[in-house]
Design a binder for this molecule. Structure first.
Ligand code: 7TS
Length: 409
């Protein structure tokens, strides 16, 4: 049974507005998703009733806040099927999660070691590894994407040569934010493990859109952001296998993460506290737990089918437009489509769409090296989520036709 997607729209107050005199059509979900009332209410409730610092207080409010914060951790662990809530570290989001793991793992790397990434990584899963390579003397290599429009995805044949015993870390995205490619995460993790490399998965575009089980995937680390899965901004997760986290040095130090301190040194608590120095983002962690409830009540299988059906429909309709170049796989893809017109700049496309109430994204999508490889400076991207409808794709296509006509392209 699929949920009633029109009832879903009623849960999102922001969707019921006009932009430039037109009903809002929000197709920028790859950048950030909208928030259901349940999540917004949870934030207000927390600040109105329970707000207090966690872990340090023995009074009622502090205990309530601590229970709710740790409850959110357990909820997140269930959401990704982690074996233990201690494997869930709260961070600001994907970027902070990857920086944490890149700096902490990077400290263990040396010249001769290899960090393997892919050509389709978001800058957040690229630049931290460049920095780790520079700091340690390790070499950074990339699994190529294949096909003129990267429609072939990762070159898995090249992986055989690239995944040598020198590779200590293999960092890759689950779903590409520019191409929509869905990478075979379980296979990539298995192949990394076979050469003794640790896998780091960027799940920013996947975790709120598809069922995800870290144990079934067999990943060592996995990063995601709350705001792309109907949760608040400023909160995200780094998942790490317990045995690995307890051997990893903390990245930030200070209060809350130390077991004991002398004037000349300190001893760390185990994970997750070891990686959460200072007062954490309590309210937003609680809000993210509520976002998990919201998504699971609908069912991530159903959300995935819905998103993917919209992306397939959009891809087919976009393909009928003149002078369009569609990026990424022609078959199964995540819930987004990225495209470029021969004669109209992406920023013009986005500006014209905005006049029609349609929110799109145009630019390099933090994938500059990939764009260069594809001979592009920018694309336009429509990215879908649970509250989008087929009718909104019709509005998008009509808007694009108007733009093409204006530019006589
Ligand atoms: N990784 C991927 C695959 C992403 O799509 C993004 C954000 C990030 C990492 C970074 O997430 P953050 O929450 O830490 O910023 N992607 C996009 C996008 O496609 N448009 O705006 C942000």
């Amino acid at each position: 049974m699929s949920p009633s997607w029109n009832d879903v729209r009623a849960d999102f107050p922001i969707l019921h507005q006009q932009v430039n005199g037109k009903p809002l059509v929000y197709l920028d979900n790859g950048a950030t998703a909208q928030k259901p009332k349940a999540v917004i209410d949870a934030l207000v409730r927390y600040y109105e009733r329970d707000n207090s610092n966690v872990h340090r207080g023995l009074h009622a409010l502090s205990m309530r806040a601590t229970d709710a914060y740790e409850g959110a951790r357990s909820r997140l662990a269930r959401f990704i099927h982690a074996a233990d809530p201690a494997e869930v570290i709260f961070t600001r989001g994907t970027t902070e999660s990857i920086n944490l793991v890149a700096r902490s793992l990077g400290a263990k790397l040396k010249a001769g070691d290899v960090i393997l990434a892919t050509e389709m990584e978001h800058h957040s899963n690229l630049v931290p590894w460049q920095q780790a390579a520079k700091a340690s003397g390790a070499t950074l290599r990339f699994v190529p994407v294949v096909g003129a429009n990267a429609e072939g995805g990762l070159d898995l044949a090249a992986l055989d040569q690239l995944l040598t015993p020198q590779v200590k870390v293999f960092a890759f995205t689950h779903i590409s934010n520019t191409l929509g490619t869905i990478n075979p995460v379980a296979e990539l993790c298995r192949r990394a493990r076979a050469v003794g490399a640790l896998s780091v998965v960027d799940a920013a575009q996947s975790v709120g859109h598809t069922p995800l089980d870290v144990q079934a995937l067999g990943c060592d680390y996995l990063a995601f952001s709350g705001h792309k899965m109907c949760g608040p901004t400023g909160i995200g997760v780094l998942y790490g296998r317990r045995a690995l986290l307890d051997q990893l040095a903390p990245d930030e130090t200070g209060g809350g993460m130390v077991a004991s301190v002398d004037f000349d040194g300190a001893r760390w608590k185990p994970a997750p506290e070891r990686f959460e120095a200072g007062t954490p983002n309590v309210a937003d962690a609680i809000g993210l737990g509520v976002a998990c409830d919201y998504l699971d009540a609908l069912g991530r299988d159903a959300i995935k089918r819905h998103d993917h059906a919209l992306a397939r429909r959009a891809y087919a309709e976009l393909a009928t437009l003149p002078g369009i170049r569609l990026l990424g796989p022609t078959g199964e893809r995540g819930g987004l489509v990225s495209f470029a017109f021969e004669h109209v700049h992406a920023h013009d496309v986005v500006t014209f769409a905005d006049e029609d109430g349609v929110a799109l994204r145009g630019g390099h999508h933090c994938n500059q090296p990939l764009m260069r490889k594809l001979g592009l400076t920018s694309t336009t991207r429509a990215s879908f989520y649970l509250y989008n409808t087929p009718e909104e794709i019709d509005v998008l296509i009509a808007s694009l036709r108007r733009t093409l006509k204006f530019f006589q392209a």
